[in-house]
Design a protein around this ligand. Structure first.
Ligand SMILES: N[C@@H](CCC(=O)N[C@@H](CS)C(=O)NCC(=O)O)C(=O)O
Length: 223
């Protein structure tokens, strides 16, 4: 039997957090090696473990996978979270890319100056309420099931709930005009695997702080 997937990244959200979410939602246990030192990163490079010299890297099923989207797609397909046919898969890809764009606005937020953060916060709010969330609200209404695609949980739902919770950390009232997304949030957060991931002490990571930035700069020899 294959061992648990092993995740190589910082002890923080960054690009790895969606992978943690998807594994957790699928009910898959995983272990993590946190990059703290330059030496750890150089060892991975010397071992040829990082195809493009980048993390996230995930050891899974005998592979050393890099590229966040490839990793997510593999996990989604393996654990039946990627739709039942090509058309469902195409919808999932579109929805996932939408939430990815929103998540990316938040993922880089901490890198900005206070003035830039103020502008970025306004942009996050505007994009969430005027571009992305109206789409998912309409999808839920038109599709008429509990999920965005088909009639069971998919990667699209998992990444949307991740995005919703991330935006709510910045703008707590963001769902006030989206009743179906409010119901969606309650429903998805009550799925046992997801509920467990939301408990304190899980492998879910907090928003980035100063020490996260210092560690990443040290590992990548920046500044
Ligand atoms: N397209 C890659 C980008 C990965 C990436 O930029 N990773 C950053 C850390 S979050 C990194 O390893 N940077 C070091 C470098 O690019 O040299 C992905 O989606 O996984």
């Amino acid at each position: 039997m294959a061992g648990k997937p092993k995740l190589y990244y910082f002890n923080g959200r960054g690009r790895m957090e969606s992978i943690r979410w998807l594994l957790a939602a699928a009910g898959i246990e995983f272990v993590e090696e946190f990059l703290e030192t330059r030496e750890q990163y150089e060892k991975l490079l010397q071992d040829g473990a990082l195809l493009f010299q980048q993390v996230p890297m995930v050891e899974i099923d005998g592979m050393k996978m890099v590229q966040t989207r490839a990793i997510l797609g593999y996990i989604a397909a393996k654990h039946n979270l990627y739709g039942k046919d090509l058309k469902e898969r195409a919808l999932i890809d579109m929805y996932v890319e939408g939430t990815r764009d929103l998540i990316d606005l938040i993922r880089v937020h901490h890198k900005f100056s206070p003035e830039e953060q103020e502008k970025n916060l306004a942009l996050i709010n505007e994009r969430a309420t005027a571009r992305y969330f109206p789409v998912y609200e309409k999808v839920l209404k038109d599709h008429g099931t509990e999920f965005l695609v088909g009639n069971q949980l998919t990667w699209a739902d998992v990444q949307l709930i991740e995005a919703i919770l991330m935006v709510e950390e910045k703008v707590s009232t963001v769902l006030s005009k989206f009743p179906l997304l409010q119901d969606f949030k309650t429903r998805i957060c009550n799925i046992p695997t997801i509920k467990k991931f939301l408990q304190p002490g899980s492998q879910r990571k907090p928003p980035p702080d100063e020490s996260y930035v210092v560690t990443a700069n040290r590992v990548f020899n920046r500044k």
